[in-house]
Design a protein. Sequence first.
Length: 420
Amino acid sequence: MEDIPPYPLYNSTYHLYRVSPLYHGDSPILQERALRKNARRLRDVLKGDNLRGVQVDFASADSAVANCGPLHQCEWAMIRDDSSWDEHHQQSQTQESTQSVTPDTARGILVDLYYARHSYNALLLRDPGVTTSPADFTHLPLLLVRMPAPIREIFLNYLSTTFDAKVSPFKPNPTFLTSTLESHLTHLTDASSSQTIPDIIKVLQLQLSFPSLTSTALKNIDINIARDDVPGFHTRGKLILRGSRTQTGTRSANSNTPFTTALSEYLAAHLALRLGDNKKVYISKVVCGAFALSTDGKIKLYTPPPITVEGSEDGNIPTDYSAAELAMRDLYTSLVREATRQGPFLNEDDSIEDDRTTRRKRPLMESGASGNKRLRGRTADADRAASEAAGAPKTGRDSIPAEPPPPYELHDPSLVSTAV
């Protein structure tokens, strides 16, 4: 039996972007015909122009792209989630009937570029159960790109011009990094989990950055925590938070960050740096056995190990979802939610709520209050008086004549003199 290809989301370093809803009109993009059409168009753009039979490659001047060789193939396809990826390929190899991925269940679009010597890809992703799209649009808010800079620029421009979309870099903030790490550690320390932190995290690497420093002598500090010490930090943080809650009698705002709390206490004792209290020091990169994520907009996700049991003829077989797999699902959902939330790309409900908030902040502009009517009346009177003082004709209620206008001859001197 052939080896199952790895899930495209894992084991590769990607640049993160966020994308506004893609406009496609009455021809949905998540259809085989539309995917083939976009693959053909993007391939033509990447190949360049054909002038009098001579192929002019847009990237011929770039040495990094020139080493890739000519572009052989460009493919666009719907991608399923990672839980059904292995099952689908296993059934395909045994020629059993399988249900192909549908536009409703698809996680997004996988774009593959096959050059002579290298291959690249990009993923337009969403959460099918949560992400909503307006009419004539498809919202795939999270974009992961693994391409050289010249090819990446062409691809992003193609998305912007073809689908009338805005594509911008997605750089997670430090709070998102720490919450992602805390979520992973929480899953791995769950009492019902058979996997532990040392099973997943081989070594925890953190990077502290100091953006407010004008000197270039110190940009960041790298901290390596051995895997056997990570559970100790997590346990110590829980004790610190429990003690602070006992003293104050209230739940701390950082009650869900035991590891970060313990790390902050350790740094304060040994380096005179305290995370959280000083915004000039923050975690800018997290690298562990599950993922690598940084505030500069790069991410690498590793394949989560499943739970296995002994006793089958084929050796170890996977059972239910492992703690690492559940943690990875939470990370994926958080990435999609964060990509949707950041920037000007607000969903319809958020826009309506923001509009309601704006109206609440400006009660004098509401038309239902009598005080607002008086305010608008005083404003209109003031504007009318100013216009009349400037020589402008009267407007509004005072300008309506009580009687019809007189005959035209009363206003024309020539007609008046003739009558006399």
